[in-house]
Design a protein around this ligand. Structure first.
Ligand SMILES: [Zn+2]
Ligand SMILES: [Zn+2]
Length: 333
C-alpha cells in the first residue's frame, strides 16, 4: 500500500510505500476509493490536538471497498462499499459508552488522529464502526464516492450539531465550508430557514450559499436581518462566540461544532443571559451516522467537491487553509 504520511507536525506529508496491512479480529481492510479533507486534518497537521499517533496517516472521511476481513466480522461482506468515519473505536465499558454517549468515550480511537486513516490506497478499520454505503441503482447525485466522503464527517458532525441546535426554524451558520454547505441543505430539507455567515467580504462564498437556497448570506461582521433561534459555529474563530450569542433570541442556542477554536474573548454576561445557552459538539455516535446516512437519499443534497489525486494531499490541505474552493476537498486514488 501507499500513503501520504505525516511524520512530524507542520512538515509536508510524504508519499510512502509500506507493507500491506492485514485486518485483525473484528477488522476490515478497504481499498480507499475517496477520502475527504477536513478542517480537523489541518489541526492534526498543525499539531494542535493532544497525543496524536506519530507518524500518522491522516484522513477520516473514507469511502472504501472491503478487500479483506479478519475473523469475527459478520455484518459486512467482501466487496461491499463502506464509509469509515472519525470515531474509530470505543471501549464499550466506560460510563459514557454505557449511557449511549459513546462520542464522549474515555478511551476512544479516532481515525486519522490516533489510528491511521484514509490518505492512503488502503486502510484497516474496526468493522463495528464502519457504515455500509449501499449503491443505489443508477447511482446519481450524492452517490458517487467523492460526494459521499464529506458526509462522513462534515455531514455527520453537521447532523449532530443541527440536532443539538434544537427545533428552531431560523438557524445561523458561521462558516460556510464543507460542513456549512451540507448542513444548510439538510436544514432547508427540514423546513428551516438558514442564515449563512462567511468571512467578512467573502462575496463568492455568500453567492455560493445563496445558490443553495439560504434565506440570507452575509459576512460575520454583519447582523442577520432578524434574531435567530440557534447558531452553529463551524469556523475556528473564538471571537465568533459573542457575535453569535448576540445574534440569537432569548432562550436561543449557540453551538460550537469544531474540535479546536482560538480563545474566546471575554464578553458581557447580558448577551448570555435570558436563558441563551452555549454548547459544544464532540465527535459522533454510530447512531448519528446510521440515522443521518439512512436519510441522505431523501434529502437531495448536492455536495460540492474539489478532487485531488492522493499524492496532492499537501496541496489540498494548503487550499483548504487558504479557503480556495467552495464545499469540500476530496482525495481520490
Ligand atoms: Zn467508552
Ligand atoms: Zn472531520
Amino acid at each position: 500500500m501507499k500513503a501520504m504520511v505525516l511524520n512530524a507536525p507542520k512538515t509536508p506529508l510524504v508519499w510512502t510505500e509500506m507493507a500491506d496491512r492485514e485486518p485483525g479480529p473484528g477488522q476490515i481492510r478497504v481499498k480507499v476509493l475517496a477520502c475527504g479533507v477536513c478542517r480537523t486534518d489541518l489541526h492534526v497537521y498543525d499539531g494542535e490536538l493532544p497525543d496524536p499517533k506519530s507518524p500518522i496517516i491522516p484522513g477520516h472521511e473514507i469511502v472504501g471497498r472491503i478487500d479483506a476481513m479478519g475473523v469475527g466480522v459478520t455484518d459486512l461482506k467482501l466487496g461491499e462499499r463502506v464509509g469509515i468515519p472519525w470515531l474509530g473505536h470505543t471501549c464499550g465499558v466506560c460510563p459514557y459508552c454505557k449511557a449511549q454517549r459513546e462520542n464522549l468515550c474515555d478511551a476512544p480511537l479516532f481515525t486519522g488522529y490516533t489510528r491511521d486513516g484514509g490518505f492512503a490506497t488502503a486502510t484497516v478499520a474496526d468493522a463495528r464502526f464502519a457504515f455500509p454505503l449501499v449503491e443505489k441503482k443508477g447511482g446519481g447525485e450524492a452517490d458517487d464516492d467523492a460526494s459521499l466522503a464529506p458526509l462522513l464527517c462534515a455531514g455527520l458532525i453537521g447532523w449532530r450539531s443541527l440536532k443539538i441546535a434544537g427545533e428552531g426554524k431560523k438557524i445561523g451558520l458561521y462558516g460556510f465550508g464543507a460542513a456549512g454547505h451540507i448542513v444548510a441543505q439538510v436544514a432547508k430539507w427540514q423546513g428551516r430557514e438558514v442564515f449563512a455567515f462567511t468571512r467578512p467580504g467573502d462575496t463568492g462564498t455568500q453567492d455560493f450559499a445563496r445558490s443553495l437556497g439560504v434565506a440570507w448570506a452575509g459576512g460575520s461582521d454583519e447582523a442577520a436581518p432578524e434574531l435567530l433561534d440557534a447558531a452553529i459555529i463551524y469556523a475556528t474563530v473564538g471571537a465568533l462566540v459573542p457575535t453569535a450569542l448576540k445574534a440569537v433570541r432569548k432562550g436561543g442556542r449557540v453551538i460550537c461544532a469544531g474540535i479546536h477554536m482560538s480563545d474566546i474573548p471575554s464578553f458581557p454576561y447580558r448577551i448570555l443571559w435570558e436563558e441563551r445557552s452555549l454548547l459544544s459538539v464532540a465527535n459522533l455516535t454510530r447512531e448519528d451516522g446510521l440515522e443521518f446516512l439512512s436519510q441522505v437519499p431523501k434529502m437531495g443534497i448536492r455536495v460540492k467537491t474539489t478532487t485531488y489525486p492522493l499524492q496532492k494531499a499537501n496541496e489540498a490541505l494548503a487550499d483548504l487553509r487558504a479557503g480556495k474552493f467552495d464545499g469540500a476537498a476530496v482525495l481520490v486514488s
